[in-house]
Design a protein around this ligand. Sequence first.
Ligand SMILES: Cc1ncc(COP(=O)(O)O)c(C=O)c1O
Length: 396
Amino acid sequence: MSKIKFDLEIKFGTQYGREEEEAVIKVLRNNAPTSGNECIAFENSYAEYSGVKHARVVNNGTAALFLSMIGIGLRPGDKVLTTPVTWIATAAAPATLGAEVDFVDIDPVTHNLDPNQLEDKLTPGTKAVIPVHLYGQVCEMDEIMALSEKHHFAVVEDASHAIGAEYKGKKAGTFGTTGCFSFHEQKNISTLGEGGIILTNDSAVFERISLYRSHCTRVHGVSTKYCTLDAEKFPEGKKFWWQDFDDCGYNFRMTDIQAAVGIEQLKKVDQLNQRRIDNADYITHALEGVPGLTLPTVKPYNKHVFHLYPVMIDSKEFGMNKEDFIYDLLNKYGIKVGFHYIPLHYSTAFKSRGFKKGQFPNAEKLGDQLVTLPINPRQTEEALEYLVNSIKALRS
Ligand SMILES: Cc1ncc(COP(=O)(O)O)c(C=O)c1O
């Protein structure tokens, strides 16, 4: 049973094979550069896979969100709306750049930002909305994009959970001005534990993102034969280059070893996602009808890629609250479940920005009731059976 328990642990995401090993060795033997040909090749394959013009790799998903904010021209004091049910990075990216972050409550069925509550929250100062494709299911993008056209705000998709997910046949991360992905070790594919990518069809936004990713460095001139540090001294008629910095930027670059692994992971992403979808199907069929459990609802036009498997527990009907569920499943059966997420407006970071309990009732109900069951492409049928039987046994 210990192997099964191990499979069921929160060890989501990463599954590497010989292809990734060989890719690492190849780049290592080529001096393991940063921002080199492997990064460009990974960007090209990700852009092609997603059907967008541009992709830029970065060192993590937080950097992808941060650079997107810079890319859309966010200024201190601008307003940004997002969901309270997300990892703090989504809200921290605009907040650390001086924006005023506010939340829109979630749809109680999909748990995603509720587009029906979005319009009321918009103000003339709303610069951007960040929908998060929570657990791997894309938000209602038709409604969100229609509001964006009407009210002229940028949409920055946080698609960290939704690598390979689709909405009405179109890939997550390709609806808004930018789409941000994380390749953290728990995500559906990974680039050695950390990594991220930004997608966009907007060439001006892409240029800003690319500049700020690497200190806003710009190289001028026509030849690399001579170099001068000072453009003023550029001698007439000679071929020189010089370096300038358009602004103060950042270092959010990815290494080539990570990108080479990303290329191999991307080739497998649909297959890895399919195993998650099949495992989710197994869990859903087995737990259907258990009183007190609300299982995930997948909209018929969505390809949900089950980064996580969310379940709401009604304590009265199930006979146990969320905390006891988590405790007993771990202590009696060795199964570690997650809670994604404690609503952000409960956190010290956002309480100190004036938020209070009671403001977002659907998010708060989720905070009280939701657990995420282990799901990953490695789970065997035996492991899944053990998981669902253990949950059923909690009731007896
Ligand atoms: C919804 C969401 N947004 C953003 C991030 C940030 O990604 P990273 O950890 O790669 O910085 C994460 C990562 O956990 C996430 O789950």
